[in-house]
Design a protein around this ligand. Sequence first.
Ligand SMILES: Cc1ncc(COP(=O)(O)O)c(C=O)c1O
Length: 399
Amino acid sequence: MRVPLLDLSGQYRALAEPLRAEIDEILATQEFILGPKVRAFEAAIAAYCGVPHAIGVSSGTDALLAILMALGVGPGDAVVTTAYTFFATGGCIARVGATPLFVDMDPVTYNISPRALEEYLANKCQQRQDGSIADIAGRTVRAIMPVHLFGLCCDMDPIMAITQHYRLQVIEDAAQAIGAEYPGANGTAQAGTIGGCGCFSFYPSKNLGAAGDAGLLICRDDALAEGLRICRQHGMEPRYFHHFIGGNFRLDEIQAAVLNVKLPHLDGWSAARRRVADVYREEFSRRGLDDHLELPAEPYRAAGLTNHHIYHQYVIRTPRRDALREHLTRREIGTAIYYPVGLHQQQCFDYLGYNEGDLPETERAARETLALPIYPELTREQQAAVVDAIAEFFDRPAV
Ligand SMILES: Cc1ncc(COP(=O)(O)O)c(C=O)c1O
C-alpha cells in the first residue's frame, strides 16, 4: 500500500467550500495585503495564544528575520541556537550580519540542551564589566533562539533561568509547534509565549498550513510589537518615512483567510496526530520493534497537558536508518530525514570553523533519525502498512 509522507488533499476536501468562499470574497473586494482578513487572523491567534500582540508576516523565515532586525541584532553580535533545525533558524542570524553560535541538542528530545547552553555560556563566553556577554571572538551574545522541534516544546524553565542570569533575549522559533504546551514552574505555557517573542510558520505542511507561504510573530511587549509592525513594511511609519531598514514581510489576505478557516480545527488536528502517534507506539511495542527503534519522547505527557506534543513530525531513530529508509521507499512508504546535516556542518557555514565531532549528539541524530507519515487523515490501514514494512525490515514475524 502506498503511504505518502504527507497528504493534504483530505483536509482540503473537508474545507473546500469555506476556503473557496473566502477566496472569492477577496477577489471580489480586491483587497490583497494587510486587510481585514489579516487583522482578524492576528486577533484570533493572539486570543489562541493568550498574548496581546500578533503580527502576521510573509513566512516563518521572515518572522525570524523581522525580530532580529527589530531588535537591532547585527554585525558584531551573536545568537546562540541549535544546529539541529531547519536552515532558516541559523540562516536568519547570519543574514542580519550576526554570528550563529551552535550548541548541542538533547539526544532524547532533539531540542537544544539547557545543560549544553549553560556550559557554553559559562565556559566559552565572558561577562563584560557592563554585564553584557561576549563569545570567544569578542562578539556580543544578544539572544538565544530555542527551536521547539517537531512540535515538542524545549525545556524552557532552565533556558529562561540561564537567559535571565545573562540578561539575554529569548526568541522562540515555534515554526513547528503552534499550540504545543510546556508545563512550566509558573503553570502551563504555550510555545512562543515564554520568551520575549515567538515565531510561527504556516508553510502548507505545518499543523496549521496556509495555501502558500505565511508566518506570524507574537509578543507581549507593546513597543516591540510596534517595532515589528513597522519592520514588516520596510521600517516605514508613516507612509514613506523610514525609521530603520526593515523588509517586505507583509502577510497577504488570501493566506490569512485560509488560516482563519483552518485555525478552529487546529487543536482537533493536533489531537488526531497524537492518536496516530499513540497507535505507532502501541504497534511498535506489540511487535517488539521498540527494541530496534527509539520512539519520540513525550516528556510532558505525565503533566496532564492536552497539547503536550503536537507531532508536527513523528521521528524515530535507528543506527540502520539509511537501509530502513531504502526499504520503506521500495515499499512505497514516504519518509524524510529532518535533518541530514547539522547547521554547523553546512557548507555555507564553513567560515564559522566548526569541525566534525563538535556537536556529537546533533551529528548522531543527523545519521539516525527518520520521519514517518503522520497527519490527521492517515488511516489505520496505512499505519498498519508502515508498521508491517518496518517489521519486515527488522525481520519480525507478522503477529
Ligand atoms: C524550525 C523552523 N524554523 C523556521 C522555519 C521557516 O519557516 P518558513 O518555511 O515559513 O519560512 C521552519 C520551516 O519549516 C522551521 O521548521
